[in-house]
Each structure stands twice: as structure tokens, then as C-alpha cells.
Design a protein around this ligand. Sequence first.
Ligand SMILES: Nc1ncnc2c1ncn2[C@@H]1O[C@H](COP(=O)(O)OP(=O)(O)O)[C@@H](O)[C@H]1O
Ligand SMILES: [Mg+2]
Length: 345
Amino acid sequence: MNVGFLIEDWAHIEPGKSSTLLLIQECMLRGHRVSVVYPSNLTVRNNVAHGFCRVLQEMEKVPDSAASFYKKVKFEEQMLPLQGFDCIVIRKDPPIDPIMLNFLDSVKNQTVVINDIDGLRKANNKLYTTTFHDPNNAFLPVTHVSKNKEYLKRMIAESPTERMILKPLDGSGGRGVIVLERDAKENTNSLLDFYINTRSDTSNYVILQEYIEGAHEGDVRVLMLNGKPIGAYQRKPSDGDLRANIHVGGTAHKYKLTESQRHVCKKVGPRLAADGLYFVGLDMIGDKILEVNVMNPGGITNINRLNKVKLQRQVVDFYEEKVNEWAEHRAELEYIFQRLNELRH
Ligand SMILES: Nc1ncnc2c1ncn2[C@@H]1O[C@H](COP(=O)(O)OP(=O)(O)O)[C@@H](O)[C@H]1O
Ligand SMILES: [Mg+2]
């Protein structure tokens, strides 16, 4: 298999923490050809999308440890057509880069792209959860998304709970997540102004959300592969912070999904897979889904360490399955076209 990983920057990978590195290493261990491409290195050459790729050189023995694999890998620079890859794996941090997706549009029907480009477009911000349709809040917290300050103030005033969460619609890594106290009215106006009108020439959507009870004990990152949970771990916020994200000081703990959390995964899993969101990270508190991370979900390293597993094997198994499926599908199409041609003549 010839796999292209679209990543931020090889130099920024942290070997002990990077799920992407484990996926690349697993592909190399299986003898696949692997290249890394940076979104800024995509190029069209006479109407065909190419990438200035860094092709990983074959290794006599691929090291077992991610750190020494990272250190020993050597590259060869090559300009390659994207359609030449059997599989393109997008592992770029959010926010989504719409132009990067436009480059990939041209290979959509020629190669496997994980996650699917249209799925990524659909799920590129936290509005995606509204497509799950959960009118009774069985698994989605009460959530409002708006730019309308008066409406948001009314929702805060009418909130049955004392505390609510305010966050940007397209945030990530815990950026800008704050608690609003219903009765601290003096702050509300100014905060809403600040979040909605960061700049004078544009305005932003914000999320106002019920504060989910139990959040202080941490949230749960669930890794979903092809619509099914393959692993989970708990993230506990550091003292004095409400955000459990690892990037802002949260710590990782072993966790077993509860029956009702599994039930929620079962409800949304088929939808994720149907949208081509094959490998995603759900953030849950209790039975409520906070967000669906689709661009570059992490967690493999933590789950591996806590549970003595190697989740990257299941993920690469899936890449292989998808590529085989696609090859069979293409062979069938070619056969049909050939028969049609014969019939025509
Ligand atoms: N409604 C909420 N109730 C309680 N805690 C929350 C809520 N929303 C976010 N948080 C905390 O903030 C963290 C980041 O929020 P999240 O919605 O996942 O955004 P991000 O994309 O920044 O990770 C969560 O992991 C959780 O710890
Ligand atoms: Mg999150």
C-alpha cells in the first residue's frame, strides 16, 4: 500500500505523545510505502494535484520504539501526484483548511481519503452534533449557537442551572472555554461582546451550553473507528481549571466506558461511519457528547500506555480494508465499462 499522511510538520511531532507517529510507524512495520505531505506543500501541476512529499526511506529494521523510529527515519523529497496514493490519511490539526480540501476534491474518486473530505466539511465545527437530532437531550447537552447577544442573554437568564459554559464555535484544545455564572450579570455583556465581536469587521458564533454536572471529575475521550468505540481514557482537569484537555494541563487516566456510554456510541456510530468520519474522537462527560473531533484526534498513545494495547494496529487494519474494498470496487467498475464498450461495438 502506498500511503500519504497529510500532517502539520514532521519536526513538530512529539514521539511520546503523537498518535500520528504510531500510525506511520505501524504502516512502515507492515512494509507499506509511506510519505508525509504538508498542506502548504500541495501544488497543482498542469491541472493535477501533487504534493512536494517527503517519502520515508525503507529501513532495514523498523525500530519498535516510536522515539527511535522518529529519530532514525530518513526521507527523500519527491513531487508526487496525489492520485498515486492508495490511501491519503488527513492528520492535520483543526481548524479545517478549505483549500487543502479543494486540492483533495480532485482525487476523491481515485483514492481512499480518511476521513472523507465531505464528512470533514460537514463536521468541521461543533455545529455537527446538531445533525444527531436529540430533542430530549438524551446524549447532547442543552446547547445554543448564535451571534444574537439579546437571545443569548435571555437563555442565560432563563437557565435552570446556575452555571453555563461559553466557548467559541470553532475552538479546539480548550481555547476560550469559560464558565458563566447566571447571576454575574455585570460580566455577561462584556464577555458576549468580546466573544462575538473579536474584530470590528466580522462577528463570531458562540456556543452557550449547559454546564454538565460531573465535569470537575474530567471528561472521556472515546476513539471511534468505523462507527465503533475501540478505546477510551479519562482526562482530569488540573487544579483550578475547568478544561480537561491534555494541552492545557489535563491528566490521562484509565477508563472503562459505562453501559450507557456504549449505548450512546451505538446511537451515533453508524451516522459517523455513513458520513465518512471513520476515525474520530468523541469528547463525553457522563452520557453527553461535547464534541466530535474529526481532523486529528489524539489519544492512541495514552490508551496504549494505560491499557497495554496497540490501537494503531486496528486503525491500520482498517486502512488496508478500505483500500482493498476500493480496489475491488474499481475492478468491478472497469469490468462494467469494458462490457458496455463491447456491447456498443
Ligand atoms: N458544557 C460543558 N460542561 C462542563 N465542562 C465543559 C463543557 N464544555 C466544555 N467543557 C470542558 O472544556 C473542555 C473543552 O471543551 P470542548 O467542547 O471539548 O472544546 P475543545 O474543542 O476546545 O476541546 C472539555 O473537555 C471539558 O473539560
Ligand atoms: Mg474537546
